[in-house]
Design a protein around this ligand. Sequence first.
Ligand code: 5GP
Ligand code: MG
Length: 183
Amino acid sequence: METSDVQADLKHVLYSREQIQQRIAELAADIDKDYEGRELLIVGVLKGAVMVMADLARALHSHVKMDWMAVSSYGSGTQSSGVVRILKDLETDLMGKHVLIVEDIIDSGLTLSWLKTNLLSRGPATVEICTLLRKPAAAKVDLDVKYVGFDIPNEFVVGYGLDFAEKYRNLDFVGTLAPHVYE
Ligand code: 5GP
Ligand code: MG
């Protein structure tokens, strides 16, 4: 879906399809360079990271392996608690592997902080993080994010994988919703 399909639901467009694709191409170039000569496994966090994974993987010029995890954060409402449950685990043995976690958005950073620690306990050579979007709160936790697409204001965003009540994931851009949608 594009902006014209959801015009009435939108407050504003944060990043257009073109801006996202341009930034992902830049991230891919950095990743190609940084992992040159090493075998890389990219791990997408379901469901939000599906779009970033698909576009990032295709923008790379090197071979990568791809795997997926699904996690859910315990806790009430929209606040992340940092206590995470694995809904779907990796199929890949991480021993000795170079792992890059690919995420749609980092807010508090608690989910990714837990996930990175969890993957590090499996004996990989390295674990790094790539996220398309990052909110300011993430800066307050001790989480080293090697690749960041865009640092964004503390607003609830949808599109390009990100949902509101499971809707809007299939927008080809990232935007904010008009108040009437969630009121
Ligand atoms: P945290 O970094 O706080 O542990 O949690 C990150 C998760 O919260 C993301 O994976 C995403 O599912 C959800 N999240 C955080 N901010 C937003 C947002 O602005 N929009 C949407 N749709 N989900 C968000
Ligand atoms: Mg997510």
